[in-house]
Design a protein around this ligand. Structure first.
Ligand code: P6P
Length: 335
């Protein structure tokens, strides 16, 4: 494969984001630097005493891991120095942080997704979503700059800290993956123009709340298991509890992921702006689909930074069948 660094790849395709004038390159360069530094910290965390909880709770009501805080602080500091970045929002922060009034872009991140897995050596990831600001350049960004909706994203992607450190992104011209080459200290193109297989090899969901799912979803999954058992090549369960790791495996090998809501909490657990929207754009660009069960994720209007949504990711035909089942049986009002 041709040796092409992330920077060279972006420079060659600068026109992907019209009017980007090198701004996108600088933003991806900051993401790449953050990825390298976080990867370094993760690989020796047990030796440097940065595993475990920080002793505070975040806006999600979750215990903040030391590495959550480190990753979030690192990305915020990197983008605060980036003249093109007008604002930063994160899973870890109650509200957004205005950065450079002259910047034309804002970014929202899940700085370290799946962090409860860090102490047990399971892959974790960073998820990012970038918008061109709507408010006038030269003024502080506002929350409205972050609440533009999934189809207004100009770039989205993830960093997977796994057996290798990977950076996958889209700007609407396909999904492209890069692998960190430690010898060079650079991300090199390793997965150009990724397409998700239509046939699923894996299914990924936590069924600990099966009894609380809408009856139509219970019926759909029961039928799914019956048909899977009869299949000549049954799909296997793979669920590591890190969205980025589960997503990445299913993207490359074909699979169905879901984190549904329950009758009591239809919005589920995962967050719209910095988990569902970026993953939804990536999977659509790779030929798959993303819904909340009945509606495309990218069409769900955002109302607040930490809005949650049910999330279903997989082959188009499978999600169309699911939507038909749920629409026929349960009056799920569209958001
Ligand atoms: P559960 C990690 O906490 C996360 O936000 C996602 O990365 C992951 O897909 C999901 O939650 C796992 O949740 O309830 O199955 O542990």
């Amino acid at each position: 494969m041709q040796v092409l660094t992330l920077e060279q790849f972006i420079a060659d395709r600068q026109q992907e984001i019209e009017g980007a004038t090198g701004a996108f390159s600088k933003i991806l360069r900051d993401l790449s630097l953050g990825a390298k530094l976080i990867s370094f910290h993760l690989r020796r965390a047990a030796l440097s005493g940065i595993l475990g909880e920080l002793g505070i709770t975040n806006v999600q009501g979750e215990s903040v891991q030391k590495l959550d805080h480190l990753s979030n602080t690192l990305f915020r500091q990197l983008f605060a120095k980036n003249p093109h970045m007008a604002g930063f929002a994160s899973e870890e922060d109650d509200t957004f942080t205005p950065l450079n009034p002259e910047g034309k872009y804002v970014i929202v991140v899940d700085p370290l997704d799946g962090s409860s897995n860090i102490d047990v050596g399971v892959p974790v990831g960073t998820i990012f979503s970038i918008y061109r600001r709507r408010t006038p350049v030269g003024t502080p960004c506002t929350e409205a700059d972050f609440l533009q909706g999934g189809r207004a994203q100009v770039a989205a992607g993830y960093i997977l800290y796994g057996t290798s450190t990977l950076l996958f992104y889209t700007t609407g011209k396909g999904v492209h993956g890069f692998t960190l080459e430690p010898a060079a200290g650079d991300f090199l193109l390793s997965h150009p123009d990724v397409k998700m297989p239509e046939k699923s090899s894996y299914y990924s969901f936590n069924d600990n709340q099966f009894h609380e799912w809408p009856p139509a979803l219970q019926a759909f999954i029961t039928t799914f298991h019956q048909e899977n058992r009869r299949s000549a090549k049954p799909q296997s369960l793979r669920y590591v509890g890190s969205l980025v790791a589960d997503f990445h495996r299913n993207l490359l090998k074909g699979g169905f992921f879901m984190y549904p809501g329950t009758v009591a909490k239809p919005e589920g657990k995962l967050r719209l702006l910095y988990e569902a929207y970026p993953m939804a754009w990536l999977i659509e660009e790779a030929g798959g689909a993303a819904t909340n069960g009945v509606q495309p994720i990218l069409d769900i209007p955002p109302t607040k930074l930490h809005q949650r949504t049910a999330l279903f990711l997989g082959p188009k035909t499978f999600l169309e069948k699911l939507a038909q089942t749920l629409s026929d049986h349960v009056p799920v009002e569209k958001v």
